[in-house]
Design a protein. Sequence first.
Length: 79
Amino acid sequence: MKEPINLVMDAIDVETFLACTSEEEARNTMLEIMKRMGLNEAEIVFVETIGPGARVRARCYVHKPGDEYRWLRGGRKHG
């Protein structure tokens, strides 16, 4: 079976609403969630505090410009 992550063309975005008290807490919590999901190089691309928390979106690039794009080989690993 193909590794599903190898079929991602560029990035994975995750968006959610977090119960938190500040934008900083939302950022830190979201980065920890991404890390625990194995998406270690995530960055926060959107935060909006609303009432009891914040809507936050994180992005982790699986393939950056110039990378060897695994999806061009049908998701197969090189080698």
